[in-house]
Structures are given as C-alpha cells and as structure tokens.
Ligand binder design. Sequence first.
Ligand SMILES: [Zn+2]
Length: 286
Amino acid sequence: MPLEARLPYRSQLLTNPTRLVVDIFGATSNTNWITQRDGLRELGNVYYEQPQPDIFRLVLPLRHAQAWGYSIDYRGTTLRIRVKRPPARLSLKGLTIGLDAGHGGTNVGAASAKGSQEKVLTLAIAQKLRQELEKAGARVLMTRETDVTVENGSRVLLMRQLNPDLLLSIHVNSSGSATVQGTSTYYRYVAYRPLALAIYNEVRKTGLKGFGNVGSFNFNLNGATEYPNALIETAFVSNPEDEKRLTDPAFQQQLAERIKDGVEEFLKSTRAKGPRGWLLREPAAN
Ligand SMILES: [Zn+2]
C-alpha cells in the first residue's frame, strides 16, 4: 500500500469470517478501485472502506478459517502487509514449534512454601514436552534449555527471528489463596483462541481442575501476530494438591503428553475447517 508518509496504523485479525483489518490513520483514498490479483492462495478479494474521513480501512479476507499469522512493516513509505498461509502439512511431523520454559536463572517465578520453584518446574515440563513433540516428528526451538536468565523481551525477539509455525509458553500459576487451583490457558488474539482452547481441553484430562481459557491476555510472548501462540499456566504451585502433581515427574510427563495432544487436536480442527467458500462472494459495498 503506497502512502505519502509513514502513517500510523492499527491491525486486527478477526474471525467469522476470518479477515485481517488494517486501519491507516490520516489516509484518504484517492482511488475507487483496487486490483484483485489472480492466483492468490490465502487472500480473498481485498477491499477498502473509508469509515471516517481520516481513517482508511483495508479489509483482507483470508481463505482459511484458521488464520496463521501476519506481519506489517514499512518499506520506505510503502506499508507492507504479509499474511502467512497455514503450513502445507497440518500435522506435527515437519512442523517447527517454539517452546518457551518460563522464567529461569535469577528469575525464579512463583515459589511455594515447600520450596518448589516455577523456573524448575517449567523447564522440566518443557523438556518432556520437547521429547514428545520431537517423537511426533516436530522440530522444537527452545527459548532456554538450562537454568539461565533470559528476559522476556529477548525471548520475543528470538522467536520472531526463528519464526516457528506456532509457539507455546509453559508457566506455573500462583495465588495468594491456597485453595485456588487448576489449569488455565491464555491467548491475546481471538484468532488464536482455538489453539489455547484445544490445549486447555486436553490438559484437563489429567484430572486437573479447570481454571479457564482466557482471552485478550497481555503476556508479551502472546503479543506476536506472526504465528498462533498460547500460554499454558499448567497448575497452581500455591495449592498443595496441584503442587504435589507439578513436582511429580510422572505427572509432568502426563502434562507434556496432553499438551502435545492439544496441539494435535488444534491441527486436526484446522484441517477440518479448511478453506471457506464465502470468499468467492464479492463484498457488497464495492
Ligand atoms: Zn510464570
């Protein structure tokens, strides 16, 4: 999108129907047509609106019901919008998965009265999950493999560079009240809700109580728009029953297997949704 200057913009990845909406502030269209190229595999018929005199809105319908990510940047004063297609093979075999073991080094994370530390538990679970994912044929990229300090900002940058097909962050929850317990998953963008929800449903099969699948969550590793991602707060280290499970290697193994199953369920449901026929319709306004 060529512009006269680097104008501010806002983007939203929306569902039902799946579409990327980019608002450019201070822009007014000087054209009443848009070229719809042949042979596009992920984009439907792109159209624009001028909802306010100073907001130019581009709507990019996506052909797959499950969005797989996008990035926006400037090249000179041209706004470049790139949309990712889902992986060609929607199975763990051949998929690249970013895996983030929360905290580490001087950042202990949550700790219990008995001395359990979040950084130790997240690494133990992540290592077991790595094995499960690799056994299924995935390539796994870790943000840390030992007890080292890695700032969350560095983790975000690292994953953006490595550009995995999806990203999982492993954490352990904590509450001021010892009675609060259960597993929970978190996502920031509604388009990535299905990944978090699939993992939540599978992890609950371990017998952990459900604490919820939470959206619009402002965790920095969930901020990437480039790939589906989810945060998994496995269980509460502040609850004695959950803590007993979290510190048990056999239960950690169960968690790893169920999280892997959750990713597989997500891939399966993505396959089932497939591309959408509605994209063949012309937008009414244009
Ligand atoms: Zn944490």
